[in-house]
Design a protein around this ligand. Structure first.
Ligand SMILES: [Ca+2]
Ligand SMILES: [Ca+2]
Ligand SMILES: [Ca+2]
Length: 522
């Protein structure tokens, strides 16, 4: 703090009392979850002098000139404090009220020969509060205690997350540097350099069209009944939306922040035209590809009603045995999955986590499927803001944002949480990850009826659970474990012990009766 008796700078001496008072008023702790109601301190201007010597100590700012300069800011302008390290001062100018008045004064100050710059006193936040302008609209971050979690860990740069979905806009401004790159493959030489069976697979693979372009396709607009619009075309957006929720770049002053601020997203395009559908063959190949090429989490925001696939079950089991966590959407039919199975979320395999969706009031979203035995956990899935490709240029999409609702949107929130957990404690296998994730929920009475965990994801608690050391040989069932399956011989995988039917009780309030915008695709 400025002290008038020891200052070597006579210019500031007579403003010292005002400086002390003002400092008391402006220096305040910024809680991690709070934001100030302004982005610059009202009425405050920071003035920095030009450097006139290499030491930077000698500001050629005479007292007379100072008075003249400050008079530009009004009669009641006063120095709030000195920033001696940069030969500068903070000035309060309460009479400058409008944006135009402030800009005019800043312009005239900056034109002065001795002043290097005059600027608004902008507010910055601790890194756990990312500087992404759309953060205020991401209601679900507070709900899952993301800000608290990010104080502990916000990045998982070594973790590869495979997104099995539509294509992803690989050059989206908020996904820059977050798309996995296969460093063992030389791009564009027509050879399978790493011998993994895929030629020039740099960021993943397009299993829909069997090529190395897993970007978001510009395709005919889908209509009801999987018909397509005769002329109108659109970028597919589901995969980009999922990818952004998992790992959009934080602190880049653009758009949103992903659950993990640094992660590698492997783009595996298994869904596509005509109605954002995929087929078993592509999914099997994609699961195998992800497993062989280092993924630690698979995001499966898609679903099929009806009979299970033995092939897919085996592929998922093998992925989990190889150390890959699998996260799958429960589906959006508002039905009981214990009675009417959906896959892949319905495979009752430890290490595969099926996800229901909740809304801002922490109640089950009205579209969400549920099942006390076959749906594991709930996470926010209503009006989730994330990245999407936009525009009408078929060769270059615009980086956009949109809100979508669905268990497809809840699933990547859990996936992002698992990426952070796996970075926090690399010793955890998928079975252990699931146990700890289920244990770390916020218990909610009404969700006991709908999901096995009886609650909603809590990111901060999940990270705390993840940090605990692994107890060797601990096979005790967790309190929330209700899969009641027999242990298989290998890898902690359990097989289905038979589903007990549960019904949505009559009179139970159906939550989130507000408008659900965006398409609930799966
Ligand atoms: Ca290859
Ligand atoms: Ca190659
Ligand atoms: Ca961002």
């Amino acid at each position: 703090m400025y002290n008038s008796t020891t200052s070597t700078h006579p210019t500031f001496r007579h403003w010292s009392i005002a400086a002390c008072l003002a400092i008391t008023a402006t220096v305040m702790p910024v809680e991690a979850q709070d934001r100030l109601p302004y982005n610059a301190v009202p009425g405050e201007i920071v003035i920095g002098m030009k450097r006139t010597s290499t030491s930077g100590e000698t500001a050629q700012w005479s007292p007379g000139r100072t008075v003249n300069l400050l008079s530009l800011l009004g009669d009641d302008a006063r120095v709030v404090r000195e920033i001696s390290a940069v030969d500068g001062i903070v000035v309060s100018a309460p009479s400058l009220r409008t944006e135009a008045e402030i800009n005019d004064a800043l312009g005239r100050l900056s034109a002065s020969e001795n002043i290097y710059a005059a600027e608004r006193n902008h507010v910055y936040y601790a890194s756990a509060q990312p500087a992404d302008p759309m953060l205020d609209k991401m209601w679900f971050l507070n709900k899952v205690s993301a800000f608290k979690a990010w104080d502990k860990r916000s990045k998982s740069p070594g973790i590869i997350v495979a997104v099995l979905d539509t294509g992803i806009q690989l050059d989206h401004a908020d996904l820059k540097g977050r798309i996995w790159t296969n460093i063992k493959e030389i791009p564009g030489n027509g050879k399978d350099d790493d011998g993994n069976g895929y030629i020039d697979d740099i960021h993943g693979w397009n299993f829909q069209e069997n090529n190395n372009k897993p970007g978001a396709a510009y395709r005919a607009l889908g209509l009801r009944g999987c018909k397509i619009h005769p002329t109108k075309r659109i970028y597919e957006s589901h995969g980009t939306h999922v990818a952004g929720t998992i790992g959009a770049v934080a602190n880049n002053n653009v758009g949103i922040a992903g659950i993990s601020h640094d992660v590698q997203i492997m783009a595996l395009r298994i869904l596509g035209k005509p109605c954002a559908a995929g087929t078993l063959d592509g999914i099997l190949e994609a699961v195998a590809y992800a497993t062989k090429n280092g993924a630690k989490v698979l995001n499966m925001s898609f679903v099929r009603h009806g009979s299970p696939s033995k092939l897919m079950r085996r592929e998922i089991e093998e992925a989990i045995i190889a150390g890959v966590s699998v996260v799958a959407a429960a589906g959006n039919d508002a039905t009981n999955n214990d009675q009417r199975q959906k896959y892949p979320s319905g495979y009752r395999i430890d290490g595969l986590i099926s996800v229901a969706a909740t809304g801002p009031k922490d109640t089950l979203a009205k579209f969400s499927n549920y099942g006390r035995r076959t749906v594991d956990i709930a996470a926010p899935g209503h009006e989730i803001l994330s990245t999407v490709p936009k525009g009408n240029n078929p060769s270059k999409p615009i980086s956009g944002y949109a809100s979508k609702s669905g268990t497809s949107m809840a699933t990547p929130i859990v996936t992002g949480a698992i990426a952070l957990m796996r970075a926090e404690n690399p010793a955890l296998d998928p079975v252990e990850i699931e146990k700890r994730l289920m244990r770390a929920i916020d218990p909610l009475t009404h969700l006991k009826l709908w999901v096995r965990a009886g609650g909603r994801l809590n990111l901060a608690k999940s990270l705390r659970e993840a940090a605990k050391p692994v107890k060797k040989g601990n096979t005790k069932r967790t309190q929330t474990s209700g899969k009641e399956m027999t242990q298989r011989a290998i890898g902690g995988i359990r097989i289905d012990g038979g589903a007990k039917h549960t019904h949505r009780p009559a009179g139970q309030q159906i939550p989130d009766s507000g408008n659900i915008s965006g398409k609930s695709l799966y």
